[in-house]
Design a protein around this ligand. Structure first.
Ligand SMILES: [Zn+2]
Length: 87
């Protein structure tokens, strides 16, 4: 029902500052990284998210493992798919 909220959350968390582009580009969610994203990391926190809730982080090649390790270290379920496969 609130699937679209995940995208809104991602946008809100990725405030790089500066002008807002007319057409939002998909950029890496890692802090301080403005690289174009090539991967989508889909995850959830089982303690606060129901089984149907899914958060999505975008990752560049350099941060795909970094973000995956971050989630894995917390025991969060996640999977990584090429961004092109996301929609
Ligand atoms: Zn990155």
């Amino acid at each position: 029902m609130t699937d679209h909220a995940a995208n809104a959350d991602a946008d809100a968390g990725g405030d790089a500052g500066g002008a807002t582009p007319a057409e939002p580009e998909r950029r890496c969610s890692a802090k301080g990284c403005g690289a174009a994203a090539a991967w989508a990391v889909r995850w959830r926190n089982p303690k606060i998210h129901g089984p149907e809730r899914r958060k999505i982080w975008l990752a560049c090649d350099d941060h795909r493992a970094y973000l995956s390790d971050f989630l894995g270290g917390r025991g969060f379920p996640y999977d990584v798919v090429p961004l092109a496969d996301l929609d």
